[in-house]
Design a protein around this ligand. Structure first.
Ligand SMILES: Nc1nc2c(ncn2[C@@H]2O[C@H](COP(=O)(O)OP(=O)(O)O)[C@@H](O)[C@H]2O)c(=O)[nH]1
Ligand SMILES: [Mg+2]
Length: 411
């Protein structure tokens, strides 16, 4: 049974909270919530005790009761007093915007380090709420489960939680050097890795599923060991690349969870190429793009080749498209949903891989050609000349791959 959620917000000053209401819906869908309805109240400032006005809260209560709602999701960050009061009044679990975002980070955190960072962020964010209110810590551990509030009445002292945070931070220190080792190991693998990054709703998941749907690589063991966020795609050159769907950027992140967000993005370090996906129909796209670049800089990614991809061009006028094209002449313009220009994108990726690959011209014996076939998913070559014994080729491949091949053909 799905978690049935009611999404609520007040309008806020100049409707600020209404603007991010759709984004919240998108985030909840990512978490597999069934969204029963969205309700807002025209109100500038939240009530300090109950967030909503008392009348509105009564209405919410009867709505939740008659619609079997088990989660109230508020599009704002609430205080622990508000949280406690609303939960007591409605008798269902209340989640605020930052908690929803933290759940998404949990889902995306792949490395041990990422998982610990997210747990620390959760503890720090919910600390004032957890202290003394008898909340089960499982609220933090197993993600958003089906349990209601107050099932296991455990009391947590501030000291208890602070100790837990300290111990997690120690663990972080310890795994830092292990991570370095893993990183080296991963870098050895020569298959091209591509991370798709961008704001939530840009179309990252759609793009990934279209690419792998159109160019589905036959199911094999390699495929089944990939994470749910990863797809293998065959490029026009016949090379294979692995695409990863990364955690989406989200507007107005709470300062306490920014570090956790950055750690969730760390996998980008392991990729060879970035696809920066932009929703061209979003009025705020330029500011968002700027934030993406700033964030990459903050997490120490300066020199990775990237391809700028403007998505959803089916939703904008041709005038706007022309304007954007003039500003970003090197970008690729697609509609993931309508399969528009996806091949152009793949060709561009091939082009970039060629650029970051090394090129050598070498002559190999005809009977060693099978070695090239063996690695055909990771290399590209053109035959320049051949006779019955030798073939002269121009070979494009990552440096490590070239070394490997040269060694094998000369054995
Ligand atoms: N009109 C249009 N909608 C799109 C396109 N690509 C994605 N979408 C829609 O945009 C929404 C968000 O897409 P999703 O792939 O979940 O974005 P993500 O958050 O970046 O993974 C979904 O409703 C998609 O159907 C596109 O090219 N055109
Ligand atoms: Mg997605």
């Amino acid at each position: 049974m799905k978690n049935r959620a009611l999404l609520v917000t007040i309008s806020g000053y100049s409707n600020k909270l209404l603007e991010s209401f759709d984004e919240l819906e998108q985030l909840c869908l990512t978490l597999d919530f069934y969204i029963v309805d969205k309700i807002y109240q025209k109100k500038l400032k939240p009530d300090p005790n109950y967030y909503f006005g008392k009348g509105k809260l009564e209405k919410i209560k009867s709505f939740c009761y008659s619609n079997n709602i088990n989660f109230l999701v508020i599009n704002d960050n609430i205080t622990s007093l508000q949280r406690k009061n609303i939960e007591k009044f409605l008798k269902i679990k209340v989640l605020d915007r930052t908690e929803i975002i933290l759940e998404i980070f949990s889902k995306h955190a792949k490395t041990k380090e990422g998982k610990i960072q997210v747990e620390i962020a959760k503890l720090q964010y919910l600390l004032p709420y957890l202290v003394g209110y008898g909340k089960e810590l499982s609220r933090l551990g197993g993600g958003i489960g089906t349990r209601g509030p107050g099932e296991r009445q455990l009391e947590y002292s501030r000291r208890h939680i602070k100790n837990r945070i300290r111990s997690l931070k120690r663990q972080l220190e310890n795994i830092k050097h292990i991570r370095e080792l893993q990183r080296k190991k991963r870098l050895k693998s020569s298959i091209t890795k591509i991370s798709v990054i961008g704001y939530t709703n840009a179309g990252k998941s759609t793009l990934l599923s279209k690419l792998s749907g159109e160019n589905l690589v036959a199911k094999n063991e390699m495929f089944t060991t990939l994470s749910p966020f990863t797809r293998k795609v065959k490029l026009p050159s016949n090379r294979i690349a692995i695409f990863s769907d990364t955690v989406g950027f989200i507007s107005n992140l709470h300062p306490k969870i920014i570090e956790a967000f950055h750690s969730t993005l760390e996998e980008i370090n392991y990729s060879d190429i970035l696809l920066i996906l932009v929703d061209s129909s979003d009025n705020n796209y330029e500011k968002k793009l700027e934030t993406v670049f700033e964030t990459l800089e903050k997490i120490g990614i300066y020199n990775k080749p990237y391809i700028l991809v403007f998505n959803k061009i089916d939703l904008i006028t041709s005038e706007l498209l022309e304007t954007i094209k003039n500003k970003y002449p090197y970008a690729i313009y697609i509609s993931a949903k309508n399969n528009l220009n996806l091949n152009k994108l793949l060709l561009k990726i091939d082009e970039v891989i060629d650029k970051i690959s090394k090129k050598v011209i070498t002559t190999i014996k005809t009977n060693k050609m099978n070695i090239l076939f063996k690695y055909s998913e990771q290399i590209k070559y053109n035959v320049l000349d051949s006779n019955s014994e030798n073939i002269k080729i121009e070979l494009y491949a990552p440096e490590k791959m070239i070394e490997k091949i040269i060694k094998e053909v000369n054995e």
